[in-house]
Design a protein around this ligand. Structure first.
Ligand code: NAD
Length: 372
C-alpha cells in the first residue's frame, strides 16, 4: 500500500498512477528526487503478479536512479516508470501514445527512456506524444544502443579496480570471468579481448554463446554454475542481479568483482563479506552508468566523442569511492552511497540558501523538439 509514511521513508517526491481503459494502460511513474535536475529513468514493462509488486519495483528503481545520477556527476534526478502488462500481448501504439501523453503532462519533471521489454520502436510511439523522452532512434537525433557505452564504463571501472589492486590500470593478461554475454557482456568481452585480457565466459542463451565463440574463439566457455569458481582476477556479473549471495560468495577465487548487472549484491551485508575476504568490489551503479551518461547528453546534441569522454570519468570516480571506503573503513557499496548523498546534500544546501525552503519542485526540462 502506498502511504505518505512509505514516501517519507524512501524519500520520494511524487508517485503517479496512470490509467486508460481504452488501451488497457496501467502504469506507475515514480519521481524520487529532483534536487540535481529533472528525474530521468527508463520505463519497464512487466507482467507483475499484482499492483503491490509493481509499486515496490518502481519505488526501488527510481530511488536507485537518484543515486546513480548523483554519483555519476549528472545534473539529473531519479525517476522510473513501470507499465503493468505482458509485453508479448499488451503492447500497442495506442498504449504507448496514451502513456506518452501522461509523460508530457508532467512538463519535464520526468524524462523517460528504454528499460526492460521496451524497445526503440515503443519509444518512437511515446516520442510522438512527448518531447520528454530519450533513447530515441539515431535518425531522430537519439543516441541508439547504449550497450557499448555501458560496457566502456564497466571497463573503466575494471581499470580503476586494477589500479587499486595491482598498482596499474592495465588489463593485459588479466583473467576475466564474464557471467552473461548479452548486449553489454558481449561488448565488454570485445574491449577486454582487444586489450589483451584472457576471457572465461558463461551464458544460458545458445545464440549468445555461439556469437561469442565466433567473435572470440580463444575465450573459454564454462557452465553457468562453474563461473563462480573460475580461477580469475576479475569476476564480471553481466546477467541478472544478486549473483553475489550466500551460495556463491565463498566460491569466488577472484580479487575483483566488476560488472554491468544492477544490484549485484543480494544483500548489503555481502559488501562487507567481500571486503573481509579482500575482494575489491567495483561500485555497480557507478560503473554501469555509461548508458545513462550516454542518453543524458541527447538533449544538448549527442555525439560519440562527448559521450565517451563523459564515460571515461568513471575511472577517477571509482578511485574516489575506493578512497572513501578505505578512509571510513566501510564496504565499497556503502562508500558509493556516501558519495552520492554528499553531492545531494551539498546541492540541497545551496537551493535552500538561494531559494528558501521551497523543496525541489522547480526542476523541469525544456525537452527536445517534438517528433513531427
Ligand atoms: P541482456 O539481456 O542483453 O544480456 C544478459 C545476458 O545474461 C543474456 O545473454 C542472458 O542469456 C544471460 N543470462 C541470464 N541469466 C544467466 C545466468 N544465470 N547465467 C549466465 N547467463 C545468464 O542484458 P544487458 O542489456 O546486456 O544487461 C546486462 C545487465 O546489465 C543487466 O543486469 C542490466 O540491468 C544491466 N545494465 C544494462 C545496461 C545497458 O545499457 N543495457 C545499462 C545498465 C545496466
Amino acid at each position: 500500500m502506498l502511504s505518505f509514511e512509505k514516501l517519507y521513508s524512501m524519500g520520494h517526491e511524487e508517485v503517479i498512477f496512470l490509467s486508460d481503459p481504452s488501451c488497457n494502460l496501467k502504469a506507475i511513474i515514480a519521481i524520487h528526487d529532483t534536487t540535481l535536475g529533472p528525474a530521468l529513468g527508463g520505463t519497464r514493462m512487466w507482467q507483475y503478479k499484482n499492483e503491490e509488486e509493481a509499486l515496490e519495483d518502481v519505488l526501488r528503481l527510481s530511488k536507485g536512479m537518484t543515486y546513480k545520477a548523483a554519483v555519476s556527476g549528472l545534473n539529473l534526478g531519479g525517476g522510473k516508470a513501470v507499465i503493468i502488462g505482458d509485453p508479448k500481448v499488451d503492447k500497442s501504439e495506442a498504449l504507448f501514445r496514451a502513456y506518452g501523453r501522461y509523460v508530457e503532462s508532467l512538463n519535464g519533471r520526468y524524462i523517460t527512456a528504454e528499460d526492460v521489454n521496451i524497445t526503440v520502436e515503443d519509444i518512437e510511439h511515446i516520442y510522438t506524444e512527448t518531447s520528454f523522452v530519450c533513447g530515441v532512434a539515431k535518425i531522430h537525433g537519439g543516441s541508439g544502443n547504449p550497450a557499448p557505452y555501458t560496457a566502456l564504463g564497466v571497463y573503466r571501472g575494471m581499470e580503476a579496480a586494477c589500479t587499486k589492486t595491482y598498482g596499474n590500470r592495465s588489463l593485459r593478461d588479466k583473467v576475466v570471468a564474464i557471467q552473461g554475454v548479452g548486449s553489454v557482456g558481449f561488448e565488454l568481452a570485445k574491449l577486454l579481448d582487444k586489450s589483451g585480457a584472457r576471457l572465461i565466459f558463461t551464458d544460458i542463451n545458445e545464440k549468445n554463446i555461439e556469437k561469442m565463440k565466433e567473435e572470440i574463439p580463444h575465450a573459454e566457455f564454462v557452465g553457468a554454475k562453474e563461473i563462480f569458481e573460475a580461477k580469475c582476477d576479475i569476476y564480471a556479473p553481466c546477467a541478472l542481479g544478486a549473483s553475489i549471495n550466500d551460495e556463491t560468495i565463498d566460491k569466488l577465487k577472484c580479487k575483483i568483482v566488476a560488472g554491468a548487472a544492477n544490484n549485484q549484491l543480494k544483500e548489503n551485508r555481502h559488501g562487507q563479506i567481500l571486503k573481509d575476504k579482500k575482494i575489491l568490489y567495483a561500485p555497480d551503479y557507478l560503473i554501469n552508468a555509461g548508458g545513462l551518461m550516454n542518453v543524458s547528453i541527447e538533449f544538448e546534441g549527442w555525439n560519440d566523442g562527448k559521450s565517451r569522454r563523459m564515460v571515461d570519468t568513471i575511472y577517477d570516480t571509482s578511485l574516489e569511492i575506493f578512497a572513501i571506503s578505505d578512509e571510513q573503513n566501510i564496504p565499497v557499496n556503502q562508500a558509493t552511497d556516501v558519495m552520492a548523498e554528499r553531492r545531494l546534500d551539498s546541492i540541497r544546501k545551496i537551493s535552500k540558501s538561494f531559494l528558501g525552503n521551497v523543496g525541489n519542485v522547480g526542476h523541469r526540462f525544456p525537452g527536445r523538439k517534438k517528433r513531427q
